[in-house]
Design a protein. Structure first.
Length: 580
């Protein structure tokens, strides 16, 4: 026999303030049991089981609301107005206690509180109480209505976590950003704090669904800002961010300025996608690099083949201490998802950064070594550091850096040490340590020769100078005054003073791509105050490096002095490109 048993699926309905939670019936749902004849007791037992399990799974008696709707709204507002770091747990607990009866009201008040200017203490309250409606309301308001004050680096982590938990809330954020970088469109004109917030959210999102692909499309338009954040992540205490940073750096690495792809290798562009990192091997330290506490980044230009393997390694940013070779050794074991052209995997030229970071990260009281850079000379094999010491930990924690210029003589000893950046006391301390370093001397085809080099030291998170690539000592003569020596500021040499500046112009391609950032140039200011021998230290590409050089060569300086005489001075200048 067949018995048709009708049952109701019970769904939650929100009750009035003084009522209890009720359930709405949907009589369209039914259950059919096929029962052999003469076994009606089986049908009865089955019915009881179905009814019992349904009731226990669906019903939850919560009783009458503890307060009226008016009183509840007043209490919610008071709790949100008085929220601060000291009462977060108590506030969340009280608000959670009202949700069985006043979920909609709580949602409205959370969104309204966020829309007001006093939102500084609300983030830790909103996160545990949020639902899809709250996430959508807060993200859309912050992004589209109050970007200047509500969409900031301070709130970016919370906004990102709301988007992660409730992906639909991210739609206006992603739609606007992806739409602005579509062909023929201009990337959104965001302020530096807004760019940082965008990058922070995109970099922190888990690699699920299409998020990583969308994030990468957006981040290439804010490449330098994203790379700056990732380099901070590499030095930070957040292990998740620290682990993700090398993958993102590999994905976002720009093409090397002036790099020409070898035959059969493509350059990433509109029709050719960048390779993306699939797996990586950590680089190992040399003994001397560990002893001298070296932390820095080696940049390598590689050709990522169609099978995802890296080939043709070229060092474009050296660190020294044997770490360039260790970076290549590790990178040989990396594997990539290859770049694509017209749906086919192809070999693509890429620049990869390999980070060297010691895990006993200091809190600002221990000095670390950075890159070594020697003056280039044709046919010269630069010196190689073999041993040395570093200062002991300081009593005081600071964020600073020091750059020392020095000479390695033919026996491998260090002399002629002088500071070109950094405080006097710190420079003196580090000079004493540098004097203990021993090198294999520079060599030519005829034997050992003297070589001039520079080394950067940093403590804590460093200063602004430590964010720039270390430039080698000036080599050769300034174009405007043949035969003149070139000096570095400090040690009795004054810094040239800018008296006339010409602004750099955007290229159409850079403007269309929404590229913003800083081009750093190493220049020589001649004794007549003109600019000569410009070299790119930090690149933006898309023709902006050339525009920066074009502008800077028209600058005019009050020249530097040494012993009362005008001299040529080498220095670094930065040219900012900001879309208006």
């Amino acid at each position: 026999m067949t018995i048709n048993l009708l049952y109701t699926r019970l769904t939650e309905q929100r009750a009035p303030a003084s009522g209890r939670r009720r359930r709405a019936k949907r009589p369209s749902d039914s259950l059919t049991l096929a029962v052999p004849g003469g076994h009606r007791w089986i049908a009865t037992f089955a019915l009881l089981c179905v009814a019992g399990s349904t009731a226990s799974a669906q019903f939850q008696v919560v009783g009458p609301a503890p307060v009226s709707a008016t009183a509840a709204r007043r209490e919610i507002r008071t709790l949100l107005e008085k929220a601060d770091p000291d009462n977060v747990q108590q506030t969340v607990k009280k608000l959670s206690g009202l949700t069985p009866w006043y979920r909609d009201m709580l949602d409205e008040e959370l969104i309204a509180a966020w829309r007001r200017d006093e939102r500084a203490n609300l983030a830790p309250v909103i996160e545990p109480l949020a639902d899809p409606r709250v996430a959508a309301g807060i993200v859309e308001f912050s992004w589209r209505e109050q970007r200047q004050t509500a969409f900031t680096p301070e709130y970016a982590p919370m906004l990102g976590r709301l988007m992660e938990r409730y992906p639909d809330s991210a739609k206006p954020f992603l739609d606007d950003l992806l739409g602005s970088i579509a062909p023929g469109q201009h990337a959104l004109d965001l302020s530096p704090p807004q760019v940082e917030a965008v990058c922070r959210i995109l970099l922190d999102m888990p690699d699920v669904r299409t998020w990583k692909r969308n994030a990468l499309q957006i981040l290439v338009h804010y490449r330098q800002d994203a790379i700056n954040l990732l380099r901070k992540d590499l030095q930070g205490d957040d292990t998740d961010r620290r682990d993700r940073a090398p993958r993102w750096l590999a994905d976002l690495a720009p093409a090397t300025p002036g790099a020409t792809a070898p035959a059969g290798v493509n350059s990433a562009g509109s029709r050719v996608s960048q390779p993306s990192l699939q797996s990586k091997a950590e680089p190992s330290y040399t003994e001397v690099a560990r002893k001298l506490r070296v932390q820095d980044v080696v940049a390598l230009q590689v050709a990522v083949a169609a099978d995802g393997t890296p080939r043709s390694f070229k060092v474009v940013k050296s660190v020294g201490y044997g770490l360039d070779e260790k970076a290549i050794e590790a990178l040989r074991q990396w594997r990539f998802n290859p770049g694509m052209r017209d749906g086919k995997a192809v070999a693509v030229l890429a620049t990869i950064e390999v980070n060297f970071r010691l895990f006993n990260v200091n809190k600002g009281n221990l000095w670390y070594s950075g890159a070594l850079a020697f003056a280039p000379a044709s046919g010269l094999t630069p010196p190689v550091v073999e041993d040395g010491t570093m200062p002991k930990a300081d009593k005081e924690a600071t964020d600073e850096s020091v750059v020392l210029e020095f000479t390695v003589n033919q026996s491998g000893s260090v002399n002629n040490i002088h500071a070109i950046h950094g405080s006097g006391a710190s420079a003196e301390l580090l000079s004493r340590s540098l004097a203990t370093w021993r090198f294999q001397p520079a060599t030519t085809g005829t034997g050992p020769v003297e070589a001039t080099g520079r080394v950067r030291f940093f403590k804590g998170r460093g200063d602004d100078d430590s964010k720039l690539r270390l430039s080698p000592p000036a080599q050769g003569q300034p174009a405007g005054n043949p035969g003149a020596a070139v000096y570095a500021p400090g040690n009795g040499v004054s810094t040239p003073t800018l008296i006339r500046k010409v602004e750099a112009e955007y290229t159409p391609a850079a403007r269309a791509a929404g590229i913003k950032g800083v081009v750093a140039l190493r220049i020589v200011v001649t004794a007549s105050g003109d600019v000569a021998d410009t070299k790119v230290v930090t690149s933006l590409g898309s023709g902006l490096d050339e525009k920066a050089i074009e502008a800077v060569t028209q600058w005019k300086f009050r020249p530097g002095y040494k012993d009362g005489k005008l001299v040529a001075v080498a220095m670094t200048v930065e040219i900012s490109f900001v879309l208006q």
